[in-house]
Design a protein around this ligand. Sequence first.
Ligand SMILES: Cc1cc2nc3c(=O)[nH]c(=O)nc-3n(C[C@H](O)[C@H](O)[C@H](O)COP(=O)(O)OP(=O)(O)OC[C@H]3O[C@@H](n4cnc5c(N)ncnc54)[C@H](O)[C@@H]3O)c2cc1C
Length: 381
Amino acid sequence: MKKQKICVIGDGLAGLMTALILSKSDIQIDLIFKNKKVKKIKDSRTTAISESNYLFLSRFFKNSELKIFYSCKNIDLYNEKSGQYQHFMNFNEQGKNLLHMVENKKLKNIILKNIKKKKNIEIIYGAVKKLDVEKSCILIKNKKLYYDLIALCLGRQSDIVLQLVGKRYIEDNSEEISFTGLVKHDKNIIKAKQYFLKEGPLAILPLDKNRFSFVWTLNRNYRKIKSQNIKKLVNQKLKSIIGSKTKISLEEPAGFPVSFKFNTNFVKKNSLVLGDSSYNVHPIAGQGFNLILRDIKKLSEFIIENQSLGLQIKDSMILDKFIRSRKPENFLYGLGINFTNRFFKHNKSTSLLKEMIFKDINKFKFLKKLSLKISDQGIFP
Ligand SMILES: Cc1cc2nc3c(=O)[nH]c(=O)nc-3n(C[C@H](O)[C@H](O)[C@H](O)COP(=O)(O)OP(=O)(O)OC[C@H]3O[C@@H](n4cnc5c(N)ncnc54)[C@H](O)[C@@H]3O)c2cc1C
């Protein structure tokens, strides 16, 4: 059988990780980057990776490379009540690691370093102009390239993805925007924290004891506010939370539009969409890339199984099986996260009910264990 060829388009976390994971098989992979060699990767986001996903990821990196992750054993939840922060829940699994924080740009750098060592991955620079689904081919720099499978990892906004999956999607878009950035401080903060504030949820993800990344999702009223004013607002809020005497230095926050969006279709013939191109979940639970990783893991399992049976990838059942195994979980997850976001939104009519729930919720050990398990391993592990 002639060597099979897969094309992965996109240099975000989804594209890079798909290429690296699939390189374990004996398949030739073309990885398409839109821009010519970028000297410095820019991505101000930090990703919190669950324990099981971290264990999976760590198989692809050297121990020394894993130093870019900061492991965290505690997550504290707070609700804002008349300007006070009520601590209502703590997650701690007998000293086990719950989350592993990593700056996206550092993660992308080590994935790229490992990709460059793989003999079966070729990086091709150039924007993909056209995708021919019927012929399973792409048009790049006026050249047609043919593949057994094409994975589109092109982020939230892409005309090529639109052409593949059409305009049918389920969406709940309240036009929120997530601001994120790094903060240096002189206080010893080693626990991850989530504050449900009246302006929107704010997460603190430690990167070491004197540095954390914040993610603050604000409602649509903040969309037009200038970034220096957002910086001022974040600064004030962080001081009110961690103490006005704490010295903090904050980098310019970057804003990302967020919503719950789920394409009804992810696959056409031998092409599929992965990552933010297929669905977007609210960052309140830090699950976007965690779900993507589970998708890529499953896809690679099906491809390797198919290969071990000596079968072709092209026109096989791989993509059908992949959709059947991952779509229900991703949809339920997205809905669950969306519900959580709505539940915690500041709302006078539900605040009394929330207070009652928060009073005792930390005592429900079963509930805590279940939510930890689901956020670590998914709904159908
Ligand atoms: C504020 C914030 C915090 C988050 N925190 C977490 C967290 O804690 N945990 C978690 O699991 N997830 C988190 N997420 C989600 C996670 O960051 C995303 O799901 C993930 O980064 C998406 O990666 P992606 O590769 O699909 O998309 P992107 O990062 O958007 O990458 C897509 C890439 O495709 C390229 N591209 C586009 N068009 C073309 C073309 N025609 N040809 C070639 N290339 C092209 C683009 O240049 C881009 O680099 C967070 C998200 C946000 C916004």
